[in-house]
Structure formats: C-alpha cells, structure tokens
Design a protein around this ligand. Sequence first.
Ligand SMILES: C[S@@+](CC[C@H](N)C(=O)[O-])C[C@H]1O[C@@H](n2cnc3c(N)ncnc32)[C@H](O)[C@@H]1O
Length: 209
Amino acid sequence: MASSSVPMCAACHRQSASLRLCGQCKLAYFCDSVCQRKIWKGHKPVCLAASNPCVDMKKTEFCGNGLFATRAFCRGELIVVEKAQFISKQELADKNALTQLGYELTPTNGHELLACNGPIMSLLNHACVPNARVKREAGLYRKLYARQDIAAGDEICTMYDSIRDDGDEECTTPEARIMKRLQLMTRFGLDCKCKDCILDKSLETLEID
Ligand SMILES: C[S@@+](CC[C@H](N)C(=O)[O-])C[C@H]1O[C@@H](n2cnc3c(N)ncnc32)[C@H](O)[C@@H]1O
C-alpha cells in the first residue's frame, strides 16, 4: 500500500526515499531527469506558480492585509501552488472558529494532523463574488485558481465557508449576499466588508435616507 510519507515520482508514481526534489519549485519529486522531462509540459505551470508566485501582500481598505495579483491571470489559470502547513488537533482547539475554517484532517505517519493554508493563501480575504478558488490536493498542497480574468493589481479573493465542494459558489444578488453575511456573522462573527457588500450597504443607507 502507498504510504503518504514516502515521496512519489510525479511522472511514474514510484515511491522511494531516494527520489530527487525539483530544484525550482521544491514540491515535486522525480526518479531522474528522464522522468522529469517526461511530464515537464504538465509540471511547468505548477513549477512556475510555486517558485515564482506573481502575488503580493498589500493593505486593503476594510479587511486588513490581502493578496494582490502582480500580473494578469486568465480564467482557469493556476495562480499559486503552496505546501499545506500542519498542526495538531490540540493546537487547533486554541484557535477561533474563523481561523479553524481552512483546516482539514489529514492522517500523516499514523498521527492525525490538520492541514491548513500556507503563509501565502492565509492572506486570502473573503468576497461574496470571488475571483479565485482554492483546490486542496491530498491534504498536502493547495492550488489557487482564477475563477475569472484577474487584472494586475486586483485583490485575489475566495469564498469562505463555501456550501459547494467545487468552490464555485458566488452570491451575485443583494439577497444572496444578505444570506451569506448572516452565515458568516453567525458562524464566525465576521461582518463581511467585501466590495459588493460595502456597495449593498451604502445603497441600503441611501434608500433609508
Ligand atoms: C485568513 S485571514 C485573511 C488575511 C487577513 N486580512 C490579514 O490581514 O491577515 C481572515 C481575516 O481577514 C479578515 N477578512 C477577510 N475577509 C473579510 C471580509 N470579506 N470582510 C471583513 N473582513 C474580512 C477578517 O478579519 C478575517 O478574520
């Protein structure tokens, strides 16, 4: 049976402790340069997104720091690949509900550890109409994909506490956003200040006045 702790060649799937780690992305293992060459076409975007993420941390207007694109991305494009971080169940218990959100149980070496976003993806803020989504891969990696075209300088946001597994939830109407705000407030005490919610709230105030 395959063991999750022994490296696996990304090309031929052979497991061995003596595989070589890709020197550029430091994520994928290969038997040798023959295996590396075999899947280079498929590995290249992952390698680039991991070794040279075109994103930057910047202060947002209402949500603390956020993750921003430093170049344009097309819909469906891979933006960042990042190794998950691991913590124990006990460490997780000390965190608040919102911080617990990005964690998933991953049995590693017979111990139960929890995988969470790495330092880059921990910067992702929530948006009710997100332009990106995170895909979890076997607990070990997180891949951030563009859900729509993203311009250089745009903030990259995802949907928190998504009700859909494919990460394709979006709240495009003010009514849907009211429900989402209620969900985030009830579960995490989070008062959503994404750009659509800020606009909804300002229009509500105008109507009252
Ligand atoms: C995973 S962190 C995101 C990065 C964070 N903004 C920072 O400065 O490190 C989650 C925190 O960001 C803030 N946040 C994220 N999305 C938000 C939103 N739509 N409205 C208000 N605050 C948000 C909240 O304070 C939340 O606890």
